[in-house]
Design a protein around this ligand. Structure first.
Ligand SMILES: NC(=O)c1ccc[n+]([C@@H]2O[C@H](COP(=O)([O-])OP(=O)(O)OC[C@H]3O[C@@H](n4cnc5c(N)ncnc54)[C@H](O)[C@@H]3O)[C@@H](O)[C@H]2O)c1
Length: 366
């Protein structure tokens, strides 16, 4: 099979759909990998690395799409790419169809086979191709929060780890899912005092079992949140209600209870945020201040660390790419129920019912 890796052309996207390690693996099975020249530069993988791993380098995005049986990338195709996608071509990437009707219609018209990373789902309901990005964002949340606690950027002027003779900083983590646990782990590693809250007792029991004693769990309810926001320096928002807007656990009025210079990193911003005053920001302009509380709410946090994010993402996508290449998409999705959940649009027909519901359409074809 010919597998094509185009350069991402969405604004500010530096990740790439495959590393040289992936190329090496696929060529072992006799597949050909076409990679667009400089596609990996932003992640620190250069044409010479791909060539060495066995790829063929092509100069233009048009050549990649025209020659490939399967396209592997990171972000959803943008308008400039719609016309490049071929009939019967497999496209394996993040799509987030429910948030874009034009993209959905374009992919229906292309008659391609769209397999979406974000809906690949195992039998426990976890999303293995989303998890690594939550891991990156959870860990980054502490790095960013620690920086914005510094006085010159209007933070409280607290060093999270403290020093001998001075108490460490206090971190409140809302949600003990993937983001929350990774954040708690990083904060604990710096020596901060950590409180982590969830409504799911299983998660709290797990955290209690695996974390050091300076990470304490507490059940999430308004009373407890109100109590802790008065004393914690850094607050991390990592809650998720599947398929719904995040609940507003911190209201605007509650900001007045916090000390000036408290920092909120609301990772859940992509689902609306768990703080009433959250609005999406960018890496160019990541923070704003309301009532002396510093808000950091970048919607694509992993984008700032493309090397780590590319490797973390391709570690989990590659086994599926290999299956799709070796077996063809039809057999691979029958043989693997987790991958089957990734099928969204197949040759002009929407097969993932949530997309039809999202747009209020009556049938699977438009
Ligand atoms: N900003 C970014 O760049 C970025 C990157 C990755 C993920 N995210 C987002 O981060 C959020 C968290 O993702 P995740 O993978 O950790 O999800 P997850 O499902 O693993 O964890 C969410 C946790 O929130 C808990 N929760 C639900 N309601 C709660 C409440 N009222 N109080 C406390 N906890 C509550 C759930 O029980 C669950 O344990 C999602 O919205 C995700 O899209 C953002």
């Amino acid at each position: 099979m010919i597998i094509g890796i185009p350069k991402e052309i969405k604004n500010n996207e530096s990740r790439v759909g495959m590393t040289p390690a992936g190329v090496f693996e696929l060529t072992k099975y006799g597949h050909n990998v076409l990679i667009q020249s400089t596609a990996g530069d932003g992640s620190g993988f250069f044409d010479a690395d791909y060539l060495h791993a066995g790829a063929t380098i092509v100069n233009t995005i048009e050549e990649v799409y025209a020659a490939s049986d399967m396209i592997v990338k990171v972000k959803e195709p943008i308008a400039r790419e719609y016309g490049l996608i071929q009939k019967d071509q497999v496209v394996f990437t993040y799509f987030h169809f429910a948030s874009s009707e034009p993209l959905t219609k374009a992919m229906i018209e292309s008659k391609s086979v769209c397999i979406a990373y974000e809906t690949v789902e195992d039998d426990e309901g976890t999303l293995p191709l989303l998890t690594p990005m939550s891991e990156v964002a959870g860990r980054m949340a502490i790095q960013q929060g620690a920086k914005y606690l510094e006085k010159p950027v209007k933070g409280r002027g607290v060093l999270l780890g403290g020093v001998p003779g001075v108490q460490p900083g206090k971190v409140l983590v809302l949600g003990a899912g993937v983001v929350g646990i990774q954040a708690a782990k990083m904060a604990a590693g710096l020596g901060a005092h950590v409180t982590i809250m969830d409504i799911n007792m299983k998660r709290l029991r797990y955290v209690n079992d695996v974390m050091p004693p300076h990470v304490v769990t507490e059940f999430s309810n308004e009373y407890n949140i109100r109590k802790h926001i008065k004393t914690h320096d850094l607050i991390i928002g990592g809650v998720l209600l599947k398929g719904a807007k995040a609940p507003n656990l911190i209201t605007r009025e509650m900001l007045k209870e916090m000390r000036p210079g408290t920092v909120i990193v609301d990772v859940a911003v992509d689902q609306g945020g768990c703080v009433e005053t959250t609005k999406p920001t960018t890496h160019e302009d990541p923070v704003y201040i309301i009532d002396d509380v510093v808000h950091y709410s970048v919607a694509n946090m992993p984008g700032a660390v493309p090397y780590t994010s590319t490797v973390a993402l391709t570690n989990v996508t590659l086994p599926y790419v290999v299956k799709l290449a070796n077996q063809g998409w039809e057999k691979a999705t029958v043989n693997d129920a987790t991958l089957h959940k990734g099928l969204n649009i197949v040759k002009g027909e929407v097969v993932y019912k949530e997309i039809i519901e999202a747009f209020g359409w009556e049938s699977a074809e438009v």
